[in-house]
Design a protein around this ligand. Structure first.
Ligand code: KG4
Ligand code: ZN
Length: 363
């Protein structure tokens, strides 16, 4: 069986990550080396990712991670077969850091192997291969597979008919679901990234305390929208803060009771996840799918995992990546780079901040 060692690099947002994955023709994968330097704490005080700070941190972290990775390669006497680097979507100054760093290594050390440009979204899409229960022998039984990709920048529903054939069904018209968690967290005075904070608060609250709207829930298509929900939470907080004429805005110091914050978080979380779960179910039925995969940073949510599992019959495989592979990481870029390479596809080695899945050529 053909097997490849793939060296991978990810710098699209606020994680600098390098990985070495060993992947076989049947898509079974071993992660041999994987290190991620997270910038979350640096950006937290700004309430979101600052592009130039991210660029500077990638520039600082890449050589440090590479030092350890090259020591590993030398010790294990491994020669990579493919190099893979994220080219988009993401923050272009951040993406360029990874592209130029990997291009230099390619030119200097491994000029004879392919250097493949990777779509970050395909990385998330294929991260179900890291699932502990993934069994290559039964891969074919998982198709058609409904794929829900939920992160800070994307909310995309699609169907994978096989490992290479993807149909996009719908995506968000405005904010991404993760972005709405980050914005509502700010309204509640919670730090970035908002998702885990909201989930922590929501565990103590009542999901039915406030009936926030779930936009496009009954739209009959596979589109999503999150800016209206965020605005509904803003108006709700204005009202309950006692002075409806007062303009409640992020950063404005007002004191919310713990109970109000917990109930707001729980009700918002439920309203945000309802369209995701219900439209995933609708797609599952319409496309006679055999499995569901949920990926991206938001797939780390335990509430979403339980909600999704409770909605489907026990017999339906619902694959979430292990927690370490939900957030941005280079191992998933290695897998997507390998799959792109097998199809003879590579994205151009230049940063493309708005690369999407619909324009995906590797699929
Ligand atoms: O995939 P990711 O690491 O980066 C992007 O490519 O965007 O996703 C980060 C996003 C953030 O918006 C964060 O708030 C959200 O994932 N997130 C969550 C949870 N954990 C992380 N959202 C909801 N619930 C969570 N438990
Ligand atoms: Zn991501």
């Amino acid at each position: 069986m053909q097997r490849k060692y793939v060296l991978a690099c990810e710098t699209s947002c606020d994680e600098t990550s390098l990985a070495l994955v060993h992947i076989r023709e049947d898509f079974s994968v071993d992660v041999l080396f994987h290190e991620t330097a997270s910038q979350v704490e640096i950006h937290a005080s700004f309430g979101g990712v600052v592009p130039n700070l991210a660029k500077r941190e990638h520039q600082k972290n890449l050589p440090l991670l590479w030092e350890r990775m090259s020591a590993y390669l030398a010790k294990e006497r491994i020669c990579p077969d493919i190099m893979a680097v994220t080219v988009g979507p993401g923050l272009e100054p951040a993406l360029w850091q990874g592209i130029t760093f990997f291009s230099d290594i390619h030119k200097t050390l491994y000029p004879d192997i392919p250097l493949v440009g990777v779509n970050h979204l395909e990385g998330h899409l294929y991260s179900f291969l890291f699932h502990e229960l993934f069994d290559p022998a039964s891969l074919d039984t998982l198709f058609p597979m409904v794929s829900l990709l939920v992160s800070g920048g994307h909310t995309i529903l699609g169907v994978l008919s096989d490992m290479y054939t993807y149909t996009l069904l719908g995506e968000t018209k405005d904010d991404a679901v993760g972005e709405s968690f980050d914005k509502v967290a700010r309204l509640l005075g919670l730090p970035y990234p908002g998702g885990p904070q909201i989930e922590r608060y929501a565990q103590r609250g009542d999901v039915h305390a406030y009936p926030f709207p779930s936009p496009l829930l009954h739209s009959g298509d596979y589109e999503f929208s999150y800016s209206g929900l965020k605005t509904a939470v803003l108006y709700h907080l204005r009202n309950v803060s006692g002075d409806s004429a007062q303009s409640f805005s992020p950063g404005k110091q007002i004191t919310l009771s713990d109970e109000l914050s917990y109930d707001t978080a729980a009700s918002f979380q439920y309203a945000a996840f309802r369209p995701l779960v219900e439209k995933t179910k609708k797609a599952f039925e319409e496309y006679s799918a055999k499995s569901v995969v949920v990926s991206g940073g938001v797939s780390a949510s335990s509430f979403l995992r339980t909600y999704m599992k409770d909605t489907f019959e026990d017999t339906v495989p619902i694959l979430f990546p292990p927690f370490a592979y939900c957030q941005d990481n280079a191992a998933m870029i290695g897998v997507a780079g390998y799959i792109g390479h097998m199809k003879g596809n590579s994205y151009p080695l230049e940063a493309n901040g708005i690369l999407s899945l619909s324009s995906s050529r590797a699929l």
